[in-house]
Design a protein around this ligand. Structure first.
Ligand SMILES: Nc1nc2c(ncn2[C@@H]2O[C@H](COP(=O)(O)OP(=O)(O)OP(=O)(O)O)[C@@H](O)[C@H]2O)c(=O)[nH]1
Ligand SMILES: [K+]
Ligand SMILES: [Mg+2]
Length: 399
């Protein structure tokens, strides 16, 4: 029997089993069995990278965003509108068959947007180009789930389930469970609060299913069995997702209003060019990019060319900033001067561990270099480059 058949069989058994206190342990065990099989299913065939022909697109820019959705919801139309790269759009399904990259220029950064073939129910098991599309989505920083506003709300759930089946967790934080495998000592089970979904016995049973007999486990929140399995599997990817309801030009205003009020959602119309600027702003926020402007001593900062950092990838400390410019720079730095939101006063003397925020301005003071400290005529806690640039005209940044 193949892996998919075995998953189906266990799912059928779960559906047959009544949910109550007595069956709780058995159901938990079945969930763990499915999770193990899904992990097996995800392993790419030997000798391949997993992405597949037409899907190996080189990363470019400061971040990557994937367009995921059912066929003909308008993914290609959206890529063409936002990036200027043409991606074939048509009224028939599966117009797009490979991964088409485009670039969004936004806030002095470049963001790679990927158009992908439509996916359908069963994608996680390899239907259509599901596996390739999912592999590419996992390589991106956030997902835009494109939905047809005129179609069933169920589509969002179906797609979410498909993505969850391959280990993607949308708009969810990693469970607060500490888990560490040990060589000896048995299982040590602890929690910092009352648990209502999982008890010690269930936890042991799940670990047993994974043949783990020595481990330390500490629940820091009232987590579920699914959370526990996610932590044990360890291969989950937690990503932000924006639900983009397209084609609102063919939907009544009441329905549009309802969709627009859902969390992490935005309503747009490619045809009428409606709300695309707000979509970009929302996407930008979700990516959490941090632009840092370098100011050479005695000169004005270059506001057109920021160093772009990300809390999720690589971090936003002064050290990360230095490493971004040059690998050996950190050793030469004495301290840095920081203007902007992260600075308590402007400029603030900061060390390598200081965490920078979007639109900060940084001047590096190297060891042995003569420092001539500036009295900031420039002081503000809420200045951003546009505002800084305005100010600059009146009162240039000193140092
Ligand atoms: N009414 C309306 N139609 C739209 C809108 N955006 C796209 N369409 C139409 O929807 C159809 C499908 O658009 P595509 O961009 O090819 O959709 P897709 O999601 O890329 O489709 P596949 O590549 O086949 O998965 C085309 O006929 C578009 O003209 C919109 O905002 N409103
Ligand atoms: K299409
Ligand atoms: Mg398309």
């Amino acid at each position: 029997m193949g892996i998919i058949e075995r998953i189906k069989e266990i799912e059928a058994e779960m559906a047959r089993t009544q949910k109550n206190k007595a069956t709780e342990y058995h159901l938990g065990q079945l969930k763990a069995k499915i999770a193990k099989l899904r992990t097996q299913l995800l392993e790419p065939p030997k000798g391949t990278s997993g992405a597949g022909e037409g899907f190996e697109v080189t990363k470019y820019g400061h971040g990557r965003v994937a367009l995921i959705g059912f066929p003909s919801v308008g993914k290609s139309t959206l890529l063409t509108m936002l990036t200027g790269t043409h991606s074939e759009a048509a009224s028939y399904e599966f117009t797009t068959l490979t991964c088409i990259p485009g670039i969004i220029h936004y806030n002095d950064t470049k963001i790679q947007l990927l158009d992908l073939p439509g996916i359908i129910e069963g994608a996680s098991e390899g239907k259509g180009r599901g596996r390739q599309v999912i592999a590419v989505s996992k390589s991106s920083d956030i997902v835009l789930m494109v939905l047809d506003a005129s179609k069933s709300e169920g589509h969002r759930q179906i797609l979410t389930k498909e993505l969850e089946a391959v280990g993607l967790r949308l708009n969810k934080k990693p469970p607060q469970i500490y888990f560490k495998k040990k060589k000896t000592g048995g299982i040590s089970f602890n929690s910092t609060m009352q648990l209502t979904h999982v008890d010690e016995k269930l936890c042991y049973q799940i670990l047993h299913e994974y043949k783990i007999h020595n481990a330390e486990i500490l629940f820091r929140e009232d987590a579920t069995v699914d959370d526990l399995i996610d932590v044990i599997e360890g291969n989950r990817k937690y990503m932000k997702c924006i639900y983009v309801y397209n084609k609102i030009d063919v939907v009544g205003i009441d329905d549009v209003d309802k969709l627009a009020r859902q969390p992490n959602s935005i309503v747009i119309s490619c045809n009428l060019k409606l709300n695309l600027d707000r979509l970009l702003a929302k996407m930008w926020d979700a990516m959490g990019l941090v632009r840092v402007y370098t100011k050479p001593q005695g000169q004005q900062p270059d506001f057109g060319d920021p160093v772009v950092l990300s809390a999720d990838r690589g971090g936003c400390s002064v050290e990360d900033f230095c490493n971004h410019i040059h690998r050996s720079l950190v050793k030469e730095v004495k301290y840095v001067l920081v203007w902007g939101i992260s600075a308590r006063h402007s400029p603030q003397h900061c060390g390598l561990s200081h965490v920078l925020q979007d639109e900060d301005v940084v001047q590096i003071v190297k060891k042995k270099e003569r420092e001539s400290e500036g009295r900031g005529r420039f002081k503000s806690h809420t200045t951003g480059p546009a505002r800084i640039a305005d100010r600059e005209k009146k009162a240039p940044l000193k140092n």
